[in-house]
Design a protein around this ligand. Sequence first.
Ligand code: FAD
Length: 314
Amino acid sequence: MSKVLVIAEHLDGKLNSSTARAISAAAAIKPEAIDVLVLSDKADAIAAEAAKIQGVNRVLTVERPENAHPLAAALAPQIAQVAAGYSHVFAPSTTFGKDVAPRVAALLGVAQVSDVMSVEDSHTFKRPIYAGNAIITVQADPSHIIVATIRTASWPAAANVANSASIEALSLDVALPSHTRFIELKQGKSDRPDLQSANKVVSGGRGVGSKENFEIIYKFADKIGAAVGASRAAVDAGYVPNELQVGQTGKIIAPELYMAIGISGAIQHLTGIKDAGTIVAINKDAEAPIFEIADIGLVGDLFKLIPELEQAID
Ligand code: FAD
């Protein structure tokens, strides 16, 4: 029987919704147990949130000062030790999970299964390849533990339940490496929703034309309560910081509403929005490939159409 250990992702004392998505993938294996591991310097509030997620049997916490920041080099040896006794270790396929899971796999001497989109059985998974243009079915060796990252956009967040799972504090005897230490975190401050978990996302592309012009995207996003994203061309041109990039080499997202404004619809961009609900495109070129996948397409100049949309909302 399978036993899955899900690594909790959290920031500022709050659990990230990517954890509940990884728990949905764990539940698809129909395991005997799903435990969530919270590594933090202050784990109580995060563990309490995790304990309320449907399907969770136990929340395990490891509290130590070195876990104040998610340094993969420090977390991985602890995860590898807790992993003994589990058949699977799952982490979300976010920046956090992509950083930590390969180190865990390496420490356990196994190959990682990346970007699990669906579970066929406990050792067989589907995952995207060639920038999402093909889906491959992979089978992992059942004689080894499986370390996998879960493509969060492919899984709904497991619901919360009234009864909380038990929470157990672990004390591990693991020597942590001293070659990697936290110095500082430089983070863009924003009151906007988080791009990776927002229900609505408004993205601008090269068509927006400049950093100054991008104000129109920010303003419109704020009006509808959306997160802001961008194409790689907009990032490369310096219109926006690169944490806003959506696509193959940026964020893979699945909002209910995705608005692509001045974005042509290159395959590498579309990879990032494959699982979005409704896609709206605004582009002055009626032949732009984005219209092939858009549910609603507006052909015209974004600088004319966005103010019109704003007026209509008012
Ligand atoms: P363009 O292709 O230049 O399109 C701009 C669009 O704006 C055009 O369709 C134009 O008609 C429209 N437009 C111009 N002015 C207006 C106006 N006034 N009103 C309305 N519409 C207007 N790209 C990503 O986005 N994300 C990735 O993660 C990514 N990863 C990549 C990885 C690799 C290995 C490679 C090779 C490429 C990657 N790319 C990625 C780049 C990708 O191939 C495209 O170059 C990029 O997505 C194009 O961005 P864009 O649509 O903003 O620009």
